[in-house]
Design a binder for this molecule. Structure first.
Ligand code: SF4
Length: 307
């Protein structure tokens, strides 16, 4: 390992004793949320990191999100490159062969050729634009490989999983929590199943945003509900610098994440019942679908949008 890879291995992944959590932790968290939400007037509500953050920002933005007012998703050059990067990391981590970044990027584009949202976006680009995006992904893969210890070689020890979709259904599916974790490292302990052996990582190409730690707490909650044991740590890693923001997961972390879910579910029920949203304008007004009609909207530009 290079000095940088070793720093990530020792400082972020860590090799010390892992924490042990109570066997009934997932059930306690499920009970905490379900007891608070039961009785609310909710048709099915899906919550992921984006609506939860919108709820923290402004109830009007949150209402627009859960009521489907946001325009249908269309890839931009930036989001297309992001999708391709995540697929490229999947290729890098999952391949049995030792591939160079250019081959990884090309194979990732091939694998996305049938993906419903990416394929039409990719087909509309000319070859020069495709090459530019591929080159951007090559750069990002190179920074990923230089930031992490060689995951292919350490597959037995670290059991890397990329792009893991996780969903937890509560109250019989009335409340659905979902997300996709970019990278999970750590093999579950078959002998001591309540030992937290996993590290959850989101890979970031931009700068740090205050929402990121909340996103990772939410993922920790989601993993606890889904797998019965939380990750020992949750982190955002910034590919430009190789630096990270990490938090060790504790019972308090998980309670906090559960309470954010409860707050958003209560707001969804109240807004659905006709209560006026509490408008809290901010830089996010620039990407809010209600900005042209909202009396509180600010005229900020979109430069503060998290990537
Ligand atoms: S325009 Fe701004 S204040 Fe109005 S609902 Fe949207 S985010 Fe809230």
């Amino acid at each position: 390992m290079t000095a940088v890879q070793r720093r990530t291995f020792e400082g972020l992944i860590g090799t010390g004793e892992r924490p042990v959590f109570p066997a009934d932790l997932a059930q306690l968290l499920r009970d905490r949320i379900e007891e608070a939400v039961r009785g609310l007037e909710l048709t099915q509500l899906w919550l992921g990191k984006e609506p939860l953050n919108d709820h923290t920002r402004c109830e009007g933005l949150f209402a627009a999100d859960i009521l489907g007012e946001k325009p249908p998703f269309e890839h931009s050059l930036k989001s297309g490159a992001g999708t391709l990067l995540h697929k490229a990391i999947e290729v890098d981590v999952g391949s049995r062969d030792d591939l160079d970044p250019q081959t990884i990027a090309t194979r990732a584009a091939e694998r996305l050729e049938e993906e419903p949202r990416f394929a039409p976006f990719w087909r509309e680009l000319d070859r020069l634009q495709q090459d530019e995006i591929l080159m951007e992904v090559v750069r990002r893969v190179a920074t990923f490989q230089s930031s992490f210890p060689p995951l292919r070689e350490l597959r037995r020890e670290l059991a890397p999983i990329s792009e893991l979709r996780v969903r937890a259904e509560l109250l019989g599916g009335t409340l659905v929590l979902s997300g996709q974790v970019d990278l999970i490292l750590g093999r579950p302990d078959q002998v001591r199943p309540n030992v937290a052996t996993r590290l959850a990582i989101d890979l970031k190409t931009g700068r740090a945003y205050p929402e990121y730690p909340e996103d990772m707490r939410f993922y920790a909650l989601l993993m606890t509900l889904r797998f019965g044991v939380p990750p020992y740590r949750a982190a955002s890693l910034f590919l430009d610098s190789g630096e990270w923001q990490a938090e060790d997961v504790t019972a308090e972390t998980l309670d906090h994440a559960a309470d954010r879910v409860i707050g958003a579910a209560r707001a969804a029920a109240a807004l659905g019942g006709g209560r006026a949203p509490d408008l809290r304008p901010g830089i996010y007004c620039s990407w809010c679908p209600r900005s042209t009609t909202c009396p509180a909207a600010t005229g900020s530009d979109a430069s503060g949008s998290p990537s």
